[in-house]
Design a protein around this ligand. Sequence first.
Ligand code: C5P
Length: 301
Amino acid sequence: MTVTVRVPAKVNVQLAVGGARPDGFHDLANVFLAVGLYDEVTVTPSDSLRVTCSGPDAAQVPLDRTNLAARAAIALAARHGLSPDVHIHIAKDIPVAGGMAGGSADGAGALLACDTLWGTRSPADELLEICAGLGSDVPFSLVGGAALGTGRGENLTPLDVGGTFHWVFAVADGGLSTPAVYGEFDRLTAGTEVPPPVASAVLLDALRTGDATALAGALANDLQPAALSLRPSLAATLAAGTDAGALAGLVSGSGPTTAFLTKDAEAAESVAAALVASGTCRTARVAQSPAAGATVTGAVG
Ligand code: C5P
């Protein structure tokens, strides 16, 4: 049998970051929104655990056991006393190391795909627990939609979204390391009192009512100064997107992808064209939100 799962990228419409915790992580108020850019994860029984990847950025994806998809298969197999002998193929369309949870998407996708392939039928809370063990953003990749993540981002509360939001994502050359961006956040905030992270009521209301203008006014990412400090050229990308008519722009998660909210699909196309023409990014992608979480799209054989 072969099982295919489709799993979305995310943007953080609010990423409020608290001070560093004793375990090195940061408490967050992380408002996740799944966007319609997808990786597809296909699993097939095999002699041993093996990961392959296709797509324009496939060369940047690690194929060893550091890949979250491989780790997901190992974690699920270990719980059920199975061997993780599976070929995992990732058809990658989410920007790599871009702050859009592409690696987390592959972890969540492989977990759901293996659970289906092996017939382990794990309840949702068990899948979410395995996801949380793989990484802070992995639980959200599984559930999709919109959610507030607290703790290190893994404790999710689903959020209502009252409309469709239209985005443009400017993909930068090269990735940014998430730990390096959090480290830069610590450096930039050293000696200051970092307030506890709180979700913005105005932002949650804008999501609930589907009001793009209000959401644009409330977009906030506490990691943005750190990402800009490590990658100053992102300031020019942000300026190019807003000059082109986006309602607002921000760094997506730990970057270096920048996200621009537009008023409709037509505006998104024109902002994307202007971003590409500006030469301040490698490419630009349009996508809508919210999007469904990890979904089995095929089970053959
Ligand atoms: O959980 P994940 O593996 O995605 O985290 C990667 C790194 O990002 C962590 O090792 C940590 O440096 C940083 N991080 C953090 N606080 C969070 C989430 C991630 O400091 N809430």
